[in-house]
Design a protein around this ligand. Structure first.
Ligand code: MG
Length: 159
């Protein structure tokens, strides 16, 4: 069996009058993430990890923020497209893992929903999708609640 690993990172600015969507889950909060698509930083970081594992570039290459067709895009649909791309190349996902860095809101009550949504989208078991959250101890842009950052890794396998 062949294996490949990739990592992904994303950060989006927190602003008012935007929904907060992470892992396809709408989370109630007075601030949301700014971006061309739905700004789902968790899904974006996972997509970049999957692409990186096969050296296929990054999501900006496939879904450029200058392209109006991706305005307000549902990032889970973009994730499905990236999944199809790696499947077409003969690879499948072993597991993905991620860390969301956010001072607020408390994400613990939403972890299971995000994991389940991502697992369902990728046709994986829930235990193949790690979603974790941490604060930044009030340090840096995440700590000042200027944005939410996400780190992700993906392991791909091929028989
Ligand atoms: Mg992004």
């Amino acid at each position: 069996m062949k294996i490949r690993i990739g990592n992904g990172y994303d950060i989006h600015r927190l602003v008012s009058d935007r929904p907060l969507i992470l892992g396809g889950v709408h989370i109630e909060h007075h601030l949301g993430l700014l971006g061309h698509s739905d700004a789902d930083a968790l899904t974006h970081a996972i997509m970049d990890a999957m692409l990186g594992a096969l050296s296929l570039g990054d999501i900006g290459l496939y879904f450029p923020p200058t392209d109006p067709q991706w305005a307000g895009a549902d990032s889970l649909q973009l994730l499905t497209q990236v999944h199809h791309l790696i499947q077409e190349k003969g690879w499948q996902i072993g597991n993905v893992d991620s860390v969301i860095v956010a001072e607020r809101p408390k994400l613990k009550p939403h972890i299971a929903a995000m994991r389940d949504r991502l697992a369902e989208t990728l046709s994986l078991d829930a235990d193949q999708v790690g979603v974790k959250a941490t604060t930044n101890e009030t340090l840096g842009p995440e700590g000042r609640e200027e944005g939410i950052a996400v780190y992700a890794v993906a392991l791909l396998t091929r028989d």
